[in-house]
Design a protein around this ligand. Sequence first.
Ligand code: SAH
Length: 372
Amino acid sequence: MSTTTAKANLFDYDRKGLRALFAELGEKPYRADQVMKWVYHRHVTDFAEMTDVGKALRGKLEQHLEIVPPTTLFEKQASDGTHKWLLGMDGANAIEAVFIPETSRGTLCVSSQVGCGLNCQFCSTATQGFNRNLSAAEIIGQVWVAAKHLGNVPHHQRKLTNVVMMGMGEPLLNFDNVVTAMSVMRDDLGLGLANKRVTLSTAGLVPMIDRLGEVADVSLAVSLHAPVDELRTRLVPLNRKYPIAQLLDACARYAARRPRTTITFEYTMLKGVNDHPEHARQLVRLMRRLPAKVNLIPFNPFHGTQFERSEEDVIRAFQKILLDADVLTTVRRTRGDDIDAACGQLKGQVVDRTRRQADFRRKLEQGVADAA
Ligand code: SAH
């Protein structure tokens, strides 16, 4: 009697893992390297097409391994060229990935979880609740789908030059899978991106920032959004557990590992909430302690939110205070907002296990009823 065991998905492995798997199958490590190149450089998912791999080995691989990218349920291009994919992750859940083309680079924004558990008050993903972590295959699969669509060839026809882990979810709460996927992004046999062109953005899980510093050398972005604890706790509830001083200490440790590391601090500009000149001056004092760059993000509204975007001149004045104090500060250009692909607008389809969707909807209906 034969038993069928589930095949492993190649997208779940980085080079080290795939070589180990090949070793278990009695194969040489360079065979794993060859297969990776077919998959990530030529976008081939059928072993039969891998012509420099012998027939016997192809047969063996087919028995043990499959190469399954996420399914594209829907895709849409914005008027500014931003491209969004809704990718099916299983029968019920879907996540979003967004490609943002610019003149000198192409950035893919990648999700790490189905939904998010952190409940940041100004983020639409939070209103979706949380279902589960994505597998490494589901994370690197987003990059593979985009690279294939773009006709990206690492080292030759580079369309995808940067990846930011800034989509749905908190990447440091899905640590191992995110680290594996980021390893493929930076591998020459994978996407071949330079370390600093892969950015992990976190709401500030202090112990995990230290762990990241031990295992991966990627750029770090931190969602700060407020210069004082009371306000930050209101916006990013995780701050109660890891307040600003602890968070900045962890950032300083991360930056100290290597010379010329800069940490990016994201700061979403919310009208009348965190955009006062005094907030900018407080932020200056925090940023003096470490090699930092500030990225101001004009708030992107979504259905049911209580927040509004700060006025353009308020954002400029805020930026000027930081620049005048020699804090490198940029304003993120809003991209893809006509297809709900801008920061904080990604929703996907989340089978919510936290009941937060229902709570949010109830509050929304309550608000409408109160206003009527
Ligand atoms: N959980 C990670 C990854 C998400 S990154 C993190 O918090 O860093 C997405 C970035 O967009 C974060 O800085 C987030 O705070 C910001 N953001 C969320 N909602 C937003 C909105 N509605 N408008 C603008 N920026 C938003």
